[in-house]
Ligand binder design. Structure first.
Ligand code: AQP
Length: 332
């Protein structure tokens, strides 16, 4: 069986981008694979989080994952900070990865912005921790949105250098699983910027807990251009906002851009946005309802996470112990 690993930061309410780029695929991959899914709170604190909010958002994220159908009995769902192996292996990887490699990471540049000197060291080393998350389980396949492709390439570079430095074939090569026509969902306010749960503008994204009226309003206000929709997918090339909305519609109806345009090409944005809003409400409302139901019993969610952490540690601890032995750490 293929072992799959992926994670999501509890840095806000998950967005439609997280859902279409990653989470929806997490649920689908449970058939026929062994899946290990993690709420990555160590990653979240690379940018300041209010402590009480972080606690609450970690639980809410876990509840959302359960609501979209992650099965914590057949698979593993846990909180990153409850399994020490992640931080232990990340330190070794901090010493394997080269500064030059990290300097090329575009996510750090995007998130640090102009105030680079004031960014945390953790934000800079974020990809090393992400590599540790995956390699601590010897996972081989990682479902992510397109924005994470570069980090997965770095995770392979780290594994290769570790194997070379210590003369072993210990860490396997990993493959990104980037799936579907909405692998990168863009902001509703700017079709060149990705939709993000930490974007200061709530209007830029659909949150998985938005109610029907909020979804309809956000879609109505989404930036578009004055032209009607083209009838061929090639006509979307220079129209990032139109392309984004068509991509979202395609992902939600399990088709591609052309499939949507065959039905809606030539239409103005008024009727298309209405159809899109209806579709979003139909698909997202059950997730929001189920998340609310689960959160009515916070101790129940916490117990699922505790159980998941014990099972995750049982896999990761021996692998990280072996990595430590290979490095030469004295063990009695
Ligand atoms: N806009 C997006 N389109 C497609 N996939 C996306 N993902 C994130 N945004 C989009 C995918 O969601 C998974 C979890 O992401 P994360 O929480 O670990 O970090 P992120 O990529 O930094 O996501 P956000 O929403 O932008 O969070 P903040 O604002 O906290 O940085 C990943 O698989 C990612 O590819």
């Amino acid at each position: 069986m293929t072992r799959i690993f992926s994670g999501i930061q509890p840095s806000g309410i998950p967005t439609l981008g997280n859902y279409l780029g990653a989470l929806r695929n997490w649920a689908k991959l449970q058939d026929g694979n062994e899946c290990i899914y993690c709420v990555v709170d160590l990653h979240a604190i690379t940018q300041f989080q209010d402590p009480a909010t972080l606690t609450q958002q970690s639980r809410e994220m876990a509840a959302t994952l359960l609501a979209i159908g992650i099965d914590p009995v057949r698979h593993t769902l846990f909180l990153q900070s409850q399994v020490r192996a992640h931080a232990q292996l990340a330190w070794i990887f901090n010493c394997v990865a080269r500064l030059g490699w990290l300097n090329r990471m575009t996510q750090f540049k995007d998130k640090a912005g102009k105030d680079r000197e004031n960014a945390s060291v953790g934000l800079y080393a974020y990809p090393n921790l992400m590599a540790a998350d995956i390699h601590a389980y010897h996972a081989t396949h990682v479902p992510v949105g397109d924005d994470q492709r570069q980090h997965l390439e770095l995770a392979n570079d780290i594994a290769q250098k570790f194997n070379h430095d210590f003369g072993v074939e210990f860490f396997p090569t990993i493959q990104p699983l980037i799936m579907g026509p909405a692998a990168r969902v863009m902001s509703l306010r700017d079709g060149t910027k990705k939709m993000s749960k930490s974007d200061p503008s709530d209007q830029s994204r659909i949150n998985l807990n938005d109610d029907a009226d909020t979804i309809a309003l956000k879609v109505r206000r989404a930036k578009t251009d004055p032209e009607p929709l083209p009838s061929e997918a090639a006509g979307l090339a220079e129209r990032p906002e139109a392309r984004n909305l068509v991509g979202i519609y395609a992902a939600l109806t399990d088709t591609d851009h052309q499939g949507v345009l065959s039905e809606h090409g030539g239409q103005g944005f008024g009727p298309f946005k209405q159809a899109l809003a209806d579709l979003l409400v139909e698909k997202l409302a059950p997730i929001a309802d189920e998340t609310r139901r689960l959160l009515a019993d916070p101790a129940g969610v916490d117990a699922i996470l505790r159980d998941g952490a014990a099972r995750a540690a049982a896999v990761a601890d021996p692998i990280v112990a072996e990595a430590e032995r290979l490095v030469g750490f004295l063990r009695a």
